[in-house]
Design a protein around this ligand. Structure first.
Ligand SMILES: [Zn+2]
Length: 837
């Protein structure tokens, strides 16, 4: 599963409490007066893996639907074998069903009715006799699944757990297509079929899906046939011949366009809405190359019968790796032009990699979720490195490191969390971001070849089974011959990370490096950290490898001349907060001489405060030629801080970037840079920018151009009236919220209906600012648009943004309305936020 990180980050920024880590090292003793910090790991009680009594071997489902009632008619044929101990009863997960029949299937005679009790969650079946582990028995259950009547909840990563979703047009979106799709993870498959809803249960599967003729269906495994029925319906048969976990079962139904592709002889299909059929190959077209790349890296050929990707409406998270049939949120449904600014290769790689880590070998309980999610996150770095090089991979990894460190300000849990509060809480920046970075570190510790050989062994040993973190350690130890318990213990079983301070000094031919681990040792270990050092003299670079394993440690090296620069962990491979202060001159040397993304990025970033210095400026201007785009962007940011007069070279260089930079983000930023002041010299560049192929550049050009030519606002913006692209819409909404004109009310009202939910956060916020400047009448009208968004939007960030706007605008019975929204809010995080508003 890929959660929607950009949203989590956006909202998370607002809720970081002042829980700065205590940095005093307290020698393992807890003075009575020191309070446990809020971020310290919590113990919600040990959650064991589910015990197995009868092994589910096979599931065959026949399903059809009542769209009006949003219900599913199901017939389930389930095969079981007692695990070890003889069994005379069977307990199944089955949430909110009408149970019509529960029978034992007899091979020759008619079925035997079985006695059962049902409490709306568990179906407790009394078998006709005691079965032993040599027996197999078959159960038939007829039922109606009623997901709308379930008392559901939702977490921050997966926003609803009703399992089966009927998407139908409504008053807010009358053109929405009819779709049905499912979401099993974590334990919601039992909302649409009776099963053992636990990640350590695997079985084979057959699906017979009956739908109106106009719909396409998708499910796990191989498509076998489609049968036309007499009543204008079709029954489609899908067969998953290899066992997989029950949370990975899926179906998707809708009027999809299907674009066929291939990897070797395996079908690779893309299901999108017909309007995007012509873009499907651009959205998903790298999938076959990814399958080949991961198969080769893992020395384990993609194991499943096919690979399909389907985009659905109103999806409850980012994407989900259902075996051989991945579901994606509709944010991925982009046109070729939109794809110039943003592609979703990271999510596509993430879900695909789960087909080894998650689907082939599955975390045996949610406590071990990093065995799925840390690997899928790591795959995003792998793909970047393969496709765009080491700097791009490091950029992705360091973004994730930041995301974890931000989260660590409010919580620090071990990656393997037996004491989790609920499975949903595992889907956070620990399991994803920190885990991905920890795996990068592990690769660094054991070496590239050993790393991938160990993964291959882990997959082969545990294929079609579930695993714990120790299975992973065994594979690494078997391949490397090393005892790696120290690594796995400190990074997977213990919480926190090192807070490192590095000092260096040079006297009498000796370079002395002092390293402190300043983390609070009551709540995190003192880590063992293999680290690389780079020592730069005017003539050479000396590389040293040290192991830090104490709270304070000194290292000495003979160096015949005072070094120009010492770099500790030049790639920032450690999952740590590392503080190593340097002088301006050292940062310039670091920028000039280092060759890793982190060292160059850090140096440039630090140089920003010295931008008044001519030599720093010269370095930043030179950095506008860096091959990796993010470094060009930082150089641009630095130059923006320069308020002096010596700007002619800077402006010349940036005006060229505004026209030619091949990265659309940098090109857009260059246009914004020029447009910060009304500079008539660049009018032509803005005019060209209005016609750029990239929406991001067009958005930036709109604002830069109108700063120069405010009188042309109406005629300029009219051109973009029908655009629903978020870059354009947010540029215009920013303009309308700052240049007030009451007649633009309709524009806001229409755009809020028309654009994709992921773009609504800023639009709704700008609408609030617009309304604040409006008269009471217009504010009342606007509130009628905001109210349903704040109350009913399925998207947390939309509800939040609408609620915030409602606070500032006039509204009848305002207090009661806000109170009702607050009390009805289902997200714990939003309730927390609302308390402070
Ligand atoms: Zn995932």
């Amino acid at each position: 599963m890929r959660v929607i990180l950009f949203v989590l980050i956006a909202i998370h920024l607002l809720i970081i409490a002042c829980n700065a880590p205590k940095s005093a090292f307290r020698n393992g003793k807890k003075p009575a007066e020191i309070q446990k910090p809020d971020w310290a790991a919590k113990n919600y009680g040990y959650k064991s893996a589910r015990n197995s009594y009868s092994d589910l071997l096979h599931t065959k489902l026949e399903v059809s639907f009542d769209w009006a009632k949003k219900q599913m008619f199901g017939k389930a044929y389930l095969s079981f074998k007692p695990y070890f101990y003889p069994q005379d009863s069977l307990v199944l997960d089955a949430k909110g069903f009408d149970i019509k029949a529960v029978q034992l299937i007899n091979t020759k005679a008619i079925n035997t009715e079985l006695r059962y009790t049902y409490d709306n969650k568990k179906l407790n079946i009394k078998l006709n006799k005691k079965y032993t582990s040599c027996d197999t028995f078959h159960i038939f259950i007829e039922y109606v699944a009623k997901p709308e009547e379930l008392k559901t909840s939702g977490g921050e990563a997966i926003t609803s757990d009703k399992g089966l979703f009927f998407i139908v047009p409504d008053s807010a979106n009358p053109t929405k297509p009819y779709q049905i799709w499912t979401q099993g993870e974590t334990e919601s498959s039992s909302c649409w079929f009776p099963t053992t809803d636990s990640p350590n249960e695997k079985c084979t599967q057959e699906m017979y899906i009956t739908v109106d003729e106009k719909y396409k269906t998708l499910s796990n495994g191989e498509f076998i046939y489609s049968h036309k029925n007499a009543d204008q319906t079709r029954t489609e048969y899908w067969k998953q011949a290899l066992p997989h976990a029950t949370y990975l079962f899926m179906m998707a139904i809708g009027e999809f366009a299907v674009v066929h592709d291939k990897w070797n002889k395996i079908p690779v299909d893309y299901y999108v809405e017909p309007s995007h059929e012509k873009y499907a190959r651009h959205i998903f077209g790298l999938t076959p190359e990814m399958i080949g790349f991961f198969s080769a890296k893992l020395k384990y050929k993609y194991p499943w019968a096919k690979y399909s990707s389907v985009i659905v409406r109103d999806y409850v998270s980012g994407a989900m790796e259902n075996t051989s049939a991945t579901v994606f949120m509709d944010g991925l449904q982009k046109t070729d032009r939109e794809l110039l600014d943003e592609n979703y290769e990271n999510i596509i790689a993430h879900e695909l990699f789960h087909h080894w880590f998650g689907d082939l070998v599955t975390a045996e309980s949610w406590a071990h979720l990093p065995l799925n999610e840390s690997f899928a996150t790591y795959a995003e770095f792998m793909w970047e490195e393969y496709k765009r090089g080491k700097m791009a991979a490091d950029y992705a990894r360091l973004n994730d490191l930041q995301s974890y460190l931000r989260e660590a300000e409010s919580k620090r849990e071990p990656l393997i969390r037996f004491n989790n509060k609920s499975p949903d809480d595992m889907f956070d920046s620990h399991s994803y971001a920190k885990g991905g970075c920890v795996l990068s570190m592990l690769r660094n510790v054991v070496g590239d070849t050993a790393f991938y050989q160990s993964l291959a062994l882990y997959l082969k040993t545990n294929e079609f089974k579930s695993a714990e973190i120790h299975h992973l350690r065994f594979a690494f130890e078997e391949v490397t011959g090393q005892d790696l318990n120290w690594f796995f213990d400190q990074w997977f079983m213990q919480p926190g990370h090192p807070d490192i301070v590095v000092l260096d000094s040079y006297t009498d031919g000796k370079l002395k490096i002092t390293v402190y681990q300043n983390q609070d040792s009551l709540y995190a270990p003192i880590f063992k950290l293999p680290v690389k050092l780079e020592i730069y003299t005017d003539s050479a670079k000396i590389t040293k490898h040290i192991t830090v394993n104490k709270a304070k440690q000194q290292f000495e090296f003979e160096v015949n001349k005072k070094p120009e620069l010492v770099l500790f962990d030049p790639e920032h491979i450690l999952v740590s907060n590392t503080n190593h202060k340097k002088t301006r001159k050292e940062y310039i040397t670091q920028y000039e001489k280092s060759d890793t993304y982190f060292a160059k990025y850090q140096a440039l970033d630090e140089m920003g405060v010295y931008i008044d210095s001519a030599s720093v400026r010269a370095s930043c201007i030179k950095a506008l030629d860096q091959p990796f785009w993010k470094l060009r962007e930082i150089a641009l940011d630095n130059l923006e801080k320069y308020k002096g007069k010596d700007t002619s070279e800077i402006l010349t260089r940036i005006s060229l970037m505004a026209q030619n930079d091949k990265n659309t983000t940098v090109r857009a930023n260059a246009v914004s840079f020029l447009g910060k002041k009304a500079r008539p010299a660049f009018e032509k560049i803005y005019e060209m920018g209005l016609k750029d192929s990239s929406y991001a550049v067009v958005g930036a050009s709109i604002l830069s151009y109108l700063k120069l030519k405010p009188a042309n606002a109406d005629s300029t913006l009219k051109i973009f009236d029908s655009e629903t692209n978020s870059e354009i819409v947010s540029a215009i909404s920013e303009y309308y919220s700052t240049h007030y004109d009451s007649t633009k009310y309709e524009w806001f009202a229409n755009k809020i209906k028309a654009i994709k939910p992921e773009s609504l956060f800023f639009l709704v916020q700008d609408f609030g600012t617009f309304l604040l400047k409006s008269n009471a009448n217009l504010q009342q009208q606007g509130a009628t648009i905001l109210l349903p968004l704040a109350e009913k939007s399925p998207f947390e960030w939309v509800r939040y943004s609408a609620y915030k706007s409602l606070i500032i605008v006039g509204l009848k019975s305002k207090e009661q309305n806000l109170k009702r929204i607050k009390e009805g809010e289902r997200s714990e995080r939003l309730r927390r936020l609302y308390k402070n508003l």
